[in-house]
Design a protein. Structure first.
Length: 181
């Protein structure tokens, strides 16, 4: 066959991906193109999303007669809070959602973090389930600095699933999400 270079291309000029009908080159996605949806609507532009993590806590089981190792079994799964950060705007739906929770009106919502390609097509979608805000953080103010005022909201949720993208982002979802929630 041939040797592979750093891009996974065979030295003969053909790629393994092409031989399987996948195209010549598959580049990794860039993390700066994403959208955030809550209840199916894009809720604004965010500068940062963190907390897309699922951790399995294994537990040890000593099996009789086995001294070479300790067996580890699957334990509970934990999901840290999602943190959504964005520049302050006049759209205050996240603040209002947090205020509802403060007043005892907990409304759990489903949402997605959507990774987009260069042409704004969905590549991957991480869905979070049964979320509600537990922390809202407002901007820091510094009179000697000209910087964007940021807010962040932290969501507790019941888990994450991952789906392959479904196509181009709809502009109607963006405009509806700005006024809804």
């Amino acid at each position: 066959m041939g040797s592979f270079d750093a891009m996974g291309t065979i030295s003969t000029g053909l790629s393994v991906a092409k031989s399987f009908g996948l195209g010549i080159r598959i580049d990794p996605a860039l993390a700066h193109r994403f959208s955030v949806e809550i209840d199916g609507l894009i809720v604004g532009g965010f500068t940062e999303v963190s907390g897309l993590t699922a951790t399995i806590a294994p537990f040890k089981v000593n099996e009789g007669g086995q001294n070479a190792f300790t067996e580890q079994r699957r334990g509970p799964v934990s999901f840290p809070n999602l943190v959504l950060k964005r520049g302050m705007t006049t759209a205050d739906m996240l603040w209002l959602w947090h205020q509802d929770v403060l007043n005892g009106n907990i409304t759990r919502r489903n949402g997605s973090i959507v990774l987009l390609t260069e042409d704004i097509t969905e590549m991957w979608r991480w869905n979070f389930h049964g979320a509600y805000p537990v922390t809202w953080t407002g901007p820091s103010f510094h009179a000697d600095q000209a910087q964007v005022a940021f807010e962040s909201i932290e969501l507790v949720h019941r888990g994450i699933s991952k789906d392959m993208g479904i196509g181009p982002v709809s502009l109607s979802n963006i405009s509806a999400g700005i006024s809804a929630l």
